[in-house]
Write a protein that binds this ligand. Structure first.
Ligand code: PEP
Length: 253
């Protein structure tokens, strides 16, 4: 049985004091919900303060990115070792990083390897653009991203995959449950080809793209979908709590 996961990607939002306030609002409610891995990914500078605040709770922490080198003269970067000191998870290959920071499959692959080396669990994002979707190229794009990011890796070691169609991120236009389930099923079949059936059955694959309290049940009800990577709605305590609660109710049945 795969434990579902709801991860909140706060992106470049919240000052340290706003992050503390937001976590304070959701901490108690989140802590009371079982059967779901609850992960929040605030900006780097808030991680230490948030970690302190969630001490002793069941809430887990993730970073939004890492550099692939362990240490050295890379001004402004955060290494896997530094993040592993604070977090259990790290988002890698988010489409915003691919788009605005020119992250290629090769770079994503280096980051995935660097994270796993220090036992950080990557949340690896893959997803197609609108024009690629409309041209019927979803399978080709997603499979290509997956193979490039996982190249040379023998095991997944707790890695999580997030299928995030770019046309659904921040647009308010989520994929339907059926659409997301179909592509996630395809990703799982690809993982089976690369790593065998057992690993494919165990790997958690999330959906991301305009998930809200209003569409969470439709998405989480799908058999292939193991949870969600939530952007905008993770910045509203009540909305995020509702998504986690719905997930727990569906999966706890
Ligand atoms: C994301 O940032 O990964 C995301 C899915 O954003 P949103 O939920 O706002 O579409």
């Amino acid at each position: 049985m795969r434990v579902p996961m709801i991860a909140g990607n706060w992106k470049m939002n919240t000052t340290v004091s706003e992050a503390v306030e937001l976590v304070s609002e959701m901490r108690q409610g989140l802590d009371q919900i079982d059967n779901v891995d609850k992960v929040i990914c605030p900006p780097f500078i808030s991680l230490a303060a948030v970690k302190e605040l969630i001490k002793g709770s069941s809430i887990k922490l993730g970073g939004q990115n890492i550099y692939f080198e362990e240490k050295g003269a890379y001004t402004g970067e955060i290494s896997p070792l530094m993040l592993a000191d604070l977090c259990e998870f790290v988002i890698i290959g988010h489409s915003e990083r691919r788009q605005y920071f020119d992250e290629t499959g090769e770079i994503t692959n280096k980051k995935v390897r660097a994270a796993l080396k220090v036992k950080l669990k990557p949340i690896l994002c893959v997803g197609e653009k609108l024009e690629e979707n409309e041209a019927g190229r979803t399978e080709e794009i997603v499979t290509g991203q997956l193979k490039a990011s996982l190249a040379g890796l023998d095991y997944l070691n707790g890695l999580i995959i997030a299928y995030e169609p770019i046309w659904a991120i921040g647009t308010g236009k989520a994929a339907t449950g059926e659409q997301a389930n179909e592509t996630i099923g395809l990703i799982r079949r690809n993982i089976a080809k690369l790593y065998g059936k057992r690993i494919a059955q165990d790997v958690r694959i999330l959906y991301g793209g305009s998930v809200t309290a209003a569409n969470a049940t439709e998405l989480i009800n799908q058999p292939e979908i193991d949870g969600a990577l939530v952007g905008g709605a993770s910045l509203k305590a009540a909305e995020f709590l509702s998504i986690v609660k719905q997930t727990s109710e569906i999966r706890g049945r």
